[in-house]
Design a protein around this ligand. Structure first.
Ligand code: AMP
Length: 211
């Protein structure tokens, strides 16, 4: 199954991609994660994309598309994949339709107030990347990852001003994307404000997959 996950920053795309990847035995591919790894490794691409990401802006389409094409050429995508955070623009959507058309597009619908609370309290492990939240996880308050013992940090783009900018960008771009996939009969809108496993099961049911 080839699946695209749409949703604003903090809508739970990453969590659902991980849960669905396990349930469907296909890799989940996050363009945001690929870019953060490139930044951490100090590659040329990392240097360029870092400036956009830290400013809360979208990375230019041509860089994103090249990154996605390279990743989709890997062998582990033979039985399908989940794209998390891609496409974000109509140009990206049209390009991927031509390259390798998806089966379904799931849009996670979460109110902005809920997203602002989720993101500004999010902490990420500087070692293994596990995420925590200051309202729900003791580890986030202590500041140490309970899996690998490394320090928990706030992602640079999770500060309140950048979060609001990212939401604004998202809303401007999401509508045409959703219209694009609705016209193709591929869009499935799912309430993403509840518990992660309940949302996963809702999605699987919507896709007609076994739970
Ligand atoms: P994410 O982890 O999906 O929230 O992505 C983090 C940041 O990476 C975004 O705020 C963008 O700056 C950049 N990014 C990730 N995916 C894309 C994409 N498909 N198009 C443009 N920029 C992206």
């Amino acid at each position: 199954m080839k699946l695209i996950l749409l949703g604003g920053p903090g809508s739970g795309k990453g969590t659902q991609a991980e849960l669905l990847s396990k349930a469907l035995s296909i890799p989940s591919i996050s363009t945001g994660d690929i870019f953060r790894k490139a930044i951490d490794s100090g590659t040329e691409v990392g240097k360029v994309v870092g400036e956009y990401i830290n400013a809360g802006k979208l990375v230019p389409d041509e860089i994103v598309l090249e990154t996605v094409y390279q990743r989709l050429a890997c062998e582990d995508t033979a039985n399908g994949y989940i794209l998390d955070g891609f496409p974000r623009t109509t140009i990206q959507a049209e390009a991927i339709d031509t390259f390798d058309e998806c089966d379904y597009v799931v849009s996670l619908e979460v109110p902005d107030e809920v997203i602002e609370k989720r993101l500004t309290g999010r902490r990420v492990c500087s070692g293994c990347g596990k995420t925590y939240h200051i309202l729900y996880d003791e580890a986030a308050v202590v500041g140490i990852c309970e899996v690998c013992g490394k320090e928990l940090v706030t992602r640079k783009d999770d500060n309140p001003t950048t979060v609001r900018q990212r939401l604004e960008i998202y809303h401007k771009q999401a509508q045409p994307l959703k219209d694009h996939y609705r016209k193709k009969g591929k869009l499935r809108e799912i309430d993403g404000s509840g518990d992660a496993k309940t949302i996963r099961d809702l999605i699987l049911k919507e896709l007609g997959a076994e739970i």
